[in-house]
Design a protein around this ligand. Structure first.
Ligand SMILES: [Zn+2]
Length: 109
């Protein structure tokens, strides 16, 4: 699902997940229309890929099946040790900052 970053003239910033509609408008708490800064896909991979744990994954459904077969689950970020969570948040902040400055960088989630 793509994540979008927005900012407002009042200085507010917002990260928002949307399903399909890229043209979604977001209104700030102050009443202004927010401006979109960037977007990137957090997990858009329907393309077949090789996973270190699961092997060859053909689709999301296939992935669910493989995970079930292997008895593994996705670990929620909140289960990570605190210092890892902080590191991830810091990385994301840096990414967003660089993206806002117009750098064309790739994001791997
Ligand atoms: Zn605002």
């Amino acid at each position: 699902m793509p994540i979008y970053g927005f900012h407002c003239l009042c200085g507010a910033e917002l990260d928002q997940y949307f399903k399909m509609d890229d043209n979604k408008q977001v209104q700030c708490a102050c009443g202004r229309q927010m401006v979109r800064d960037y977007s990137f896909n957090v997990k858009a991979d329907i393309e077949p890929y090789k996973d270190n744990t699961l092997g060859y994954v053909k689709s999301r459904r296939h992935k669910d099946q493989l995970m079930k077969d292997k008895g593994v689950r996705i670990v929620d970020k909140s289960e990570y040790p605190k210092h890892v969570q902080e590191g991830m948040n810091r990385d994301l902040d840096q990414y967003k900052h660089r993206k806002r400055k117009g750098e064309n960088i790739k994001f791997y989630a």
